[in-house]
Design a protein around this ligand. Structure first.
Ligand SMILES: Cc1cc2nc3c(=O)[nH]c(=O)nc-3n(C[C@H](O)[C@H](O)[C@H](O)COP(=O)(O)OP(=O)(O)OC[C@H]3O[C@@H](n4cnc5c(N)ncnc54)[C@H](O)[C@@H]3O)c2cc1C
Length: 414
């Protein structure tokens, strides 16, 4: 009934048929829906554990939110009040980054550098200073590495800052990567490890038999799967086959940013966060000025007002961006869940997993998601406690859903 996908990775099959967790005795691959950073990182790690993997991507892999992102790995700057679960996950994932990038270099032959020069959150008046003082106090309470700088200390560290800088907090451990190089290296590593990547292939639905996922349906064919992972970013809630009420509750959150071209005069070493804007020097000669956070559905139109405001705010913080050429105005859609925390783990349907809802932090959380979910799929247990990100915070239990699906004869499998 189904087309079977194959992989040139020969010794996979021997291991796969004997492993009770990854394939349930089936020789079918694990099928991942969506080839963004999350799908690619997970697929590659599953291959490293000798599983067969097919990623089905409806466009080009890695060219949606994961391409547009600014590439900050910034749990120290990003943690909000009452966001301890995010903080712990972010710190863990940041800690995993060096290993993740080493393994990636071994498998892809490409070096993706971790830029660990830190972040400055800057202030320009008393209001800003009071605001960053609260951020500083909160980080101190959490025991995070953070320093208070006067305006002139901040300008000593980062001479490109405006002379109007009145103070700053310094977060030495926040880092950044070039997310574009990263997704391309992941794609290469995935291919070299024998993964099957089917681009320009739209998954229309997940195939269920009673209460189990058994494959996916694309525009043209049915692909059987030992397990299915839904990692389709902000489109994850739109897939057919799964009852709507147990689809991951994700929405698109529009982000616009402006990419500028560095010239020989321009010098900026650190990630700068100023009121309503960040300015980030990238290792490919771009300077990112971003980003908006808008509830505009799936609209990806660049708009004048927000771009004008971002550039103005960026220029107030780092005046030397004024003369830089504009490379592009770009728009991406972040996958935001109902509570803005990621959704990672088993779904209420057997053999169906969710890896989505990473919102502003998918680049940061890619290693943690890939390692932990690989453990869950391969071993049945996770290396990191994913409970705060479990689907159970939104849905009925597996048992209830199972009963419901069992009442429907061969749910959507014709
Ligand atoms: C402006 C902006 C700045 C950001 N900055 C940062 C940052 O500094 N640090 C950070 O950690 N995060 C950042 N993010 C967030 C980060 O980009 C996302 O969290 C992350 O990229 C999500 O990855 P993903 O793989 O889930 O989604 P995506 O990259 O969107 O990939 C999902 C993929 O699924 C595919 N797909 C969808 N539906 C189907 C289907 N039916 N069949 C087949 N394929 C399908 C899509 O084509 C897409 O390629 C930023 C995001 C934006 C927009």
């Amino acid at each position: 009934m189904f087309a079977s996908t194959t992989t040139p990775f020969d010794d996979v099959s021997t291991h796969a048929v004997t492993d009770k967790h990854s394939d349930n005795g089936s020789r079918d691959p694990i099928v991942i829906v969506g080839g963004g950073i999350i799908g690619l990182a997970l697929g590659w790690q599953l291959l490293r554990r000798r599983k067969r993997v097919t990623i089905v991507e409806r466009d080009r892999a890695g060219r949606a939110a994961s391409w547009i992102a600014a590439g900050m790995l910034a749990p120290h700057s990003e943690v909000g009040f009452e966001e301890e679960d995010f903080l712990q996950a972010g710190l863990q994932s940041l800690k995993q980054y060096p290993r993740f990038l080493d393994e990636l270099e071994q498998d892809s032959g490409r070096k993706v550098s971790l830029d660990s020069r830190g972040t400055l959150i800057v202030a320009f008046n008393r209001d800003d200073s009071e605001r960053i003082r609260r951020l500083y106090d909160f980080r101190q309470q959490l025991g995070l590495p953070v320093e208070w700088f006067t305006g002139s200390d901040a300008i000593d560290v980062e001479p490109s800052l405006s002379a109007k800088t009145t103070g700053a907090i310094w977060l030495p451990d926040d880092s950044q990567v070039n997310n574009r190089s990263l997704v391309d290296a992941l794609k290469e590593a995935f291919a070299r490890r024998g993964g099957v990547l089917r681009e320009n292939t739209n998954v229309t639905s997940i195939l269920l038999l009673e209460d189990r996922a058994i494959g996916v349906k694309t525009n043209d064919e049915l692909l059987s799967a030992s397990r299915v992972v839904l990692a389709a970013g902000c489109w994850s809630g739109q897939i057919g086959g799964v009852p709507t009420e147990i689809l991951p509750p994700v929405r698109p959150v529009k982000g616009q940013l402006v990419s500028l071209c560095m010239d020989s005069e321009f010098k900026l070493a650190h990630v700068i966060r100023a009121p309503d804007v960040y300015i980030i020097p990238k290792d490919d000669g771009r300077v990112i000025v971003g980003a908006t956070q808008e509830e505009m559905g799936f609209d990806t139109t660049p708009t004048a007002g927000p771009v004008m405001r971002m550039l103005e705010r960026g220029w107030e913080a780092v005046p030397s961006i004024y003369d830089l050429a504009i490379d592009a105005i770009e728009v991406g859609l972040r996958p935001g869940s109902r509570d803005n925390a990621p959704i990672i783990g088993a779904s209420p349907i057997e053999n169906l997993y969710y890896a989505t809802g990473h919102f502003r932090h998918g680049i940061l959380l890619a290693p943690l998601t890939a390692y932990a979910l690989t453990d869950l799929i391969v071993e049945g247990v996770t290396s990191y406690d994913l409970k705060p990100f479990a689907t159970s915070r939104f849905f009925a239990t597996k048992k209830t859903v199972g009963k419901r699906l069992a009442r429907q004869d061969q749910w959507n499998c014709s």
